[in-house]
Design a protein around this ligand. Structure first.
Ligand SMILES: Cc1cc2nc3c(=O)[nH]c(=O)nc-3n(C[C@H](O)[C@H](O)[C@H](O)COP(=O)(O)OP(=O)(O)OC[C@H]3O[C@@H](n4cnc5c(N)ncnc54)[C@H](O)[C@@H]3O)c2cc1C
Length: 476
């Protein structure tokens, strides 16, 4: 059985590991943290499960793209889910004074757009045609097997160009772009295919994890081990061996050496470069990777509010305070915690490494800066939800926390920016010039749990060939 070592046990590492273990490879996943899951893993504060990198998921209904992965790994019944958008919206967008409720379903979205923007018929027709086209291409995962990785009719232009050519009003543009505002790519450089694929995946069906991200991480890890894979936690990889242009394995901080003809790194590609011996790749390759622009980071408040004053909300709130600033979007979730008579408030917004790096040592100044940011986010939540008497802050995480937790450069939340401008530099990141060394993870194709899973499937195909991966995912 051929050996594969996978560096990192986030969504990318576990998905790739499960696909390769199911294809007959002997897989070992090495994780630096004590527990698996990377950003998908939630953490506990005050007995509450606080989300990090999964607030909701799209495309998990029967036959839909993410569900195909869960079914292929035979874990669907082990992941309790709550469907969103049944009698409420999935998301409530608050764009200045304008409110838009994102419903579940592409047809319902079309009607909601018509109600909200009755005079923009021609723009709506263009949007719906492209949205349906995007869903048709991704629905059965067939596009993964196309040699041309983009959606043919939706190629290279940016979201800004799309809005201009459709003559969208500002409110319609913001309504459409809210779904991708979270992936950190500015409109002027966000590929339009990215916008429609993201929106389509959430419209197709949206879900919350009832048992939290740590549970999902544990189920994926258990399944990997049931399939014969090994998971080693708490031992960071410190170097990747290369001999004669081919990978030979990895060495960990403890001195553990794992030899393998195939290594898949799911950590950010810029970090991977640091583990390669000098001369293993040409300067042209390392320069290309080191110059890639990354997405920004985030700060996130977790707090409790008494359920008596604020019961949980079955939808998320995306708030753009005026004046419009596409990176100024806030995400709010008020998650019901009935057993504890409380609601868990999560408030998330963009943040920049340059504002936090000086606190890297986590001294008293860092704690003070966190306290100030927590107060700011509480005030922002009150501006949206009204006064929050009895609120109790549980935690706030910052770009420093994200960087420390998963090793993402500058705490980048979504890895390499998949922009029109970086189209060629960021192409085919799955492969490296070193024989047997591959990349997976959110930077190789698209971020989000679905985007990361799709990128991991591409990498698994480079390792094992398309036939076994297509068979496992049930693609004809
Ligand atoms: C704030 C936030 C909110 C988000 N919300 C959502 C959401 O609601 N829905 C959604 O679909 N997506 C969401 N995402 C995106 C999603 O979480 C990510 O795209 C996805 O989890 C990335 O998985 P990954 O495997 O690429 O990376 P990671 O999860 O970062 O995994 C990389 C792993 O490598 C490990 N590692 C690092 N260095 C080493 C080393 N030296 N040796 C061994 N292991 C190492 C890390 O510890 C980590 O476990 C969110 C992300 C953020 C930051």
């Amino acid at each position: 059985m051929s050996e594969v070592v996978i560096i990192g046990s986030g969504a990318g590492g576990l998905t790739c590991g499960l696909l390769l273990a199911s294809s007959g490879y002997s897989v070992t996943v090495i994780e630096k943290n004590r527990k698996p899951g990377g950003m998908m893993r939630s953490y506990r504060r005050g007995g509450f499960d606080c989300p990090v990198g999964i607030h909701y998921l799209g495309a998990l209904d029967e036959g839909q793209p993410l569900r195909r992965f869960f079914d292929a790994f035979d874990i669907t019944r082990r992941i309790p889910l709550e469907r969103m958008g049944v009698s409420d919206p999935i998301d409530r967008y608050r764009i200045g004074e304008h409110t838009f409720d994102l419903p579940s379903g592409i047809d319902r979205f079309e009607r909601a757009l018509a109600d909200a923007f009755p005079s923009e018929e021609s723009a709506r027709a263009g949007i719906m045609a492209d949205l349906r086209c995007a869903w048709a291409h991704m629905e059965n995962l067939g596009f993964l097997f196309d040699t041309d990785r983009d959606l043919p009719p939706l190629k290279s232009h940016s979201v800004a160009e799309e809005f201009a050519s459709l003559r969208c009003s500002s409110n319609l543009a913001h309504t459409l772009a809210t779904s991708t505002a979270w992936f950190g790519v500015p409109w002027k450089s966000c590929p339009v295919s990215f916008l429609y694929m993201t929106l389509a995946s959430y419209l197709s069906s949206s879900w919350r994890l009832t048992a939290g991200g740590a549970h999902l991480a544990d189920v994926l890890s258990e399944r990997l081990q049931e399939l014969g894979g090994k998971l080693v936690c708490g031992d960071p990889v410190v170097s990747i061996g290369v001999d004669g242009g081919a990978v030979t394995g990895v060495r960990c901080e403890s001195g553990r050496e794992l030899r393998a003809p195939v290594v898949v790194s799911t950590v950010h590609p810029q970090r991977m470069l640091d583990w390669l011996p000098g001369g293993a790749v040409k300067p042209s390759y390392s320069n290309r990777i080191r110059r890639l622009e990354n997405t920004g980071s985030a700060v996130c408040l977790q707090a409790l509010v008494p359920a008596g004053t604020h019961a949980g909300l079955p939808y998320n709130i995306m708030h753009w305070p005026a004046p419009f600033d596409e990176r100024g979007i806030r995400f709010l979730q008020l998650h019901p915690e009935p057993a504890r008579d409380s609601s868990l408030l999560t408030v998330l917004k963009y943040a920049w490494w340059s504002d936090w790096e000086r606190f890297g040592a986590r001294g008293p100044q860092y704690t003070e800066a966190k306290d100030r940011m927590a107060e700011e986010l509480v005030a922002e939540a009150e501006a949206v939800l009204g006064a929050l008497p009895g609120l109790r802050i549980l935690d706030l995480y910052t770009p420093v926390s994200i960087s420390d937790w998963v090793g993402s450069p500058q705490g980048s939340a979504y890895g390499v920016m998949r922009s029109v401008g970086q189209r060629f530099q960021a192409a085919l990141l799955n492969r490296t010039p070193v024989k047997g060394l591959f990349c997976a993870g959110q930077s190789v194709l698209a971020p989000g749990i679905l985007g990361t899973a799709l990128g991991a499937a591409q990498t698994a195909m480079f390792v094992a060939g398309s036939e076994p991966v297509a068979r496992i995912l049930g693609i004809p």
